[in-house]
Design a protein around this ligand. Structure first.
Ligand code: DGJ
Length: 725
């Protein structure tokens, strides 16, 4: 059993393929963290216990006999606010007496096969209960009668586990949850680096690595979206950890709204890592008898560097997060009209796109923003989801039929969570947006966020979508979200629940995505938020792919895609060739091939040479699909370590096929470069079909591939497909 409890020593041990996580129920039922890291045997686990260092300013519990134990220094699993631990807390509950002094102690536990879901929320899943084992620990705050259930699920084959928490108000009075982190890990060391993914619109998820020091440090979003600025991902790594070596602990929050990831390094040299709902932008009023379920955190441990950590996330998400028909089958290669036309298009123009696209081997046309209401620019019509028949030259159904008759599938754009100031819906229901009554509302792109926390709002929007999706032959929906949340409040909530508005809004969005994917299981849903403003595991639960960034400049895309790959698989990254000028068509194609692949330009403007290249790229998309979407990613040269060249490769699980891609950013006139490949079998021999050259895996990985004869001028790229003999 991957989870065990030694009832004599009162020690829990959670094992995965490569890691162990150990906790102890200590005196007075404190749940104490003992260890997280490389897998260890079940032997003398209690020896890890932090013996502490009593200091006169450390609060003590007089009932604990151990003089060295103080909650303020000990590693705790679920540290609470306003009692003996004065570091950053994982939970704070304001009780009916008005104070927020909170203290949870162990009561009981249960271990079972399988994994529970989280009501109304995305979460990792198992097909069969044998794929995971769960530990639920019941904790109680006896003073208030409030209970907490800490939920740990171990994916034994993956070096991964998930954690979440439930608060159950078993008292007879209402309480307020003021903070609730889904995961807290007290590392007993402080010499770590933190890695986060920072960015902004057009430059999402660049790698940020810095040494943590004796302070509180981390990232957050209070934008009502997981955000372009900081992704809900964070890693704690040893100072010498690199791509292939060293300990790496990755944390990823399965949530698409306000989050916080913090490391609180205490003055005794411990590091408390917390991830969960952002306490600065969250609060929950819990009536007697009610339960609140927090979203879950995925934790991956790698003892072999960041590359292995990423590959574990990729496999875990491919097999236990992404769902539905499109999880396993080949996605259509699409052309989207946004960058070519903006909202200035007609039905005829799009038909001409489809005709040309068909000749080139493209599978689907996606009609982006501008097909509804009177939306010719971004100032109007969100919420008025009625087809602009004048623009399309007739009913949508007929237009879709024309595209289908050409042999193409059809996809459509929506932004269901928004309402334009200039819309009939807003004129009719000005209180249907997220706002604070009486306070000025900030606008973003001339629009407000619609209040999806309200059922009547959700039902109205979904019924409008349902009509279109059920009447027309639609195979794909791009679900966009183009502003961040301000003045978070709801006209549908009483004063004591106003801090719930943002969380309720995202739960509402999840509900609609759930309904859409259940009612239309054939539809491929692609999420988007002004590019990658909601590129998170929460969204991946509903949509297997997400538009990675509005930036389609291939060179900029390198750092965006490398950063995104830290935890998200290639199959999830929307990547298109656009008209962007910074590199040639071939290089743009080679970089976009790393993701879901498609085009974002006017196909009627292709030169003959471009058109030939498109045909070639379409062939390559099919040829390499399985290697890229199902293979293991090895980052060889990353943009944060090298200004001249980036290189990466995918290797199939059986190590019989590999695809190497290299892009020259700036010409480097140093001596010829030897690129050491990774992930191959050293015992196997690989042929490069194009040149006929045969290499041993050992040579390619140890001596490297001699790049002297490959294109190496600014913006050049090349790919090599290796096949084992
Ligand atoms: C932002 C998206 O990222 C773009 O691809 C496009 O769909 C626009 N919104 C449309 O308004």
């Amino acid at each position: 059993m991957p989870i065990s409890f030694d009832s004599e020593k009162k020690i829990f041990k959670l094992d995965t393929s490569d890691s162990s996580y150990v906790m102890e129920v200590y005196e007075e039922n404190y749940l104490v963290h003992l260890y997280y890291g490389a897998k260890i045997p079940d032997y003398n686990l209690a020896s890890f216990k932090y013996k502490g260092d009593y200091a006169s300013f450390s609060p003590m519990n007089i009932n604990v006999e151990d003089d060295n134990f103080t909650p303020d220094i000990s590693p705790l699993e679920f540290p609470a606010e306003g009692t003996g631990d004065l570091r950053e807390s994982a939970v704070a509950i304001k009780n009916a007496d008005g104070n927020n002094s909170t203290d949870f102690r162990y009561v009981s536990h249960r271990i079972y096969e399988g994994k529970p879901g989280i009501t109304g929320m995305p979460a990792l899943w198992v097909k069969d209960d044998s794929e995971a084992t769960t530990l639920e620990i019941l904790m109680s705050d006896d003073y208030t009668g409030v209970k907490a259930v800490l939920i740990y699920t171990v994916f034994e084959n993956y070096s991964a586990m998930t954690r979440s928490v439930k608060i159950i108000n078993e008292s007879d009075k209402a309480v307020e949850i003021e903070r609730l982190f889904s995961c807290c890990v007290d590392f007993q060391c402080c010499d770590y680096d933190m890695i986060t993914l920072y960015g902004r619109w057009f430059k999402e998820r660049s790698l940020n690595r810095f040494p943590i020091s004796r302070a509180r440090q981390g990232v957050q979003s209070k934008r009502g979206q997981s955000s372009h600025h900081h992704n809900p991902f964070g890693a704690i790594v040893d100072r010498d950890t690199n791509e292939d070596y060293g300990n790496a602990y990755g944390f990823n929050f399965v949530y698409s709204s306000n989050f916080m990831f913090n490391a609180d390094v205490d003055t005794h040299g411990g590091t408390r890592v917390l991830m969960g709902l952002n306490p600065e932008a969250f609060g929950w009023h819990l009536e007697a008898g009610e339960t609140f379920e927090a979203p879950e955190v995925v934790m991956v441990y790698s003892g072999k560097g960041l590359g292995e950590m990423s590959r574990t996330f990729h496999k875990l998400y491919s097999n236990h997060l992404i769902r539905g028909k499109w999880a396993d089958i080949k996605r259509p290669l699409l052309i989207n009209n946004w960058e070519a036309t903006g909202m200035d298009f007609t039905g005829d123009k799009l038909v001409s796109f489809a005709e040309r696209a068909k000749e080139l081997g493209i599978d689907m046309l996606v009609m982006d923003d501008g097909w509804f209401g009177h939306r010719d620019d971004d100032t109007s019509s969100l919420g008025d989801w009625d087809v602009n028949e004048e623009k399309l030259g007739g009913p949508l159904k007929d237009f879709v039929a024309k595209i289908n008759a050409l042999g193409l599938k059809f996809g459509i754009w929506y932004e269901p969570e928004m309402i334009s100031r200039d819309s009939n819906l807003y004129r009719e229901h000005p209180d249907w947006c997220i706002h604070v009554p009486g306070r000025e509302k900030s606008v973003g792109r001339h629009q407000y966020i619609i209040d999806f926390g309200r059922k009547e709002v959700r039902d109205y929007i979904y019924s409008k979508m349902y009509t279109v999706l059920s009447e027309c032959n639609i195979d794909y929906v791009k679900w966009d979200f183009n502003r961040c949340m301000t003045e978070p409040g709801s006209a549908g909530l009483p004063p004591e629940r106003q801090k719930e508005a943002a969380h309720r809004a995202i739960l509402g969005a999840y509900e609609i995505m759930d309904r859409l994917t259940k009612d239309f299981p054939h539809i491929l849903l692609e999420n988007c938020s002004g590019g990658g403003g909601r590129f998170d595991p929460g969204m991946l639960y509903y949509s297997p792919q997400i538009w990675t960034s509005d930036c389609t400049d291939p060179i900029e895309r390198l750092s965006i895609q490398f950063g995104t790959s830290i935890c998200y698989p290639a199959s999830t990254m929307g990547a298109h060739v656009s008209a962007s000028k910074r590199a040639g068509f071939k290089t743009k194609g080679d970089i976009a091939l790393w993701g879901t692949f498609g085009y974002e330009l006017d196909p009627n403007k292709f030169t003959q040479e471009d058109a030939e290249l498109v045909k070639e790229q379409v062939k390559e998309y099919h040829k390499y699909y399985d290697i890229i979407h199902k293979g293991d990613l090895y980052r060889l040269i990353t943009p944060d370590t090298n200004d001249y060249r980036c290189a990466w490769m995918f290797v199939t699980e059986n190590k019989n096929e590999a695809l190497l891609t290299s892009v020259t950013i700036k010409i480097n006139r140093d001596r010829s470069y030897y690129l050491k490949l990774k992930g191959l079998d050293p015992e196997k021999y690989y042929v490069d079909d194009e040149s006929g050259e045969v290499y041993s895996g050992a040579l390619l990985m140890n001596a490297g591939l001699n790049l002297s004869d490959y294109p190496s001028y600014d913006g050049d790229s090349f790919k090599i497909y290796f096949r084992a003999l």
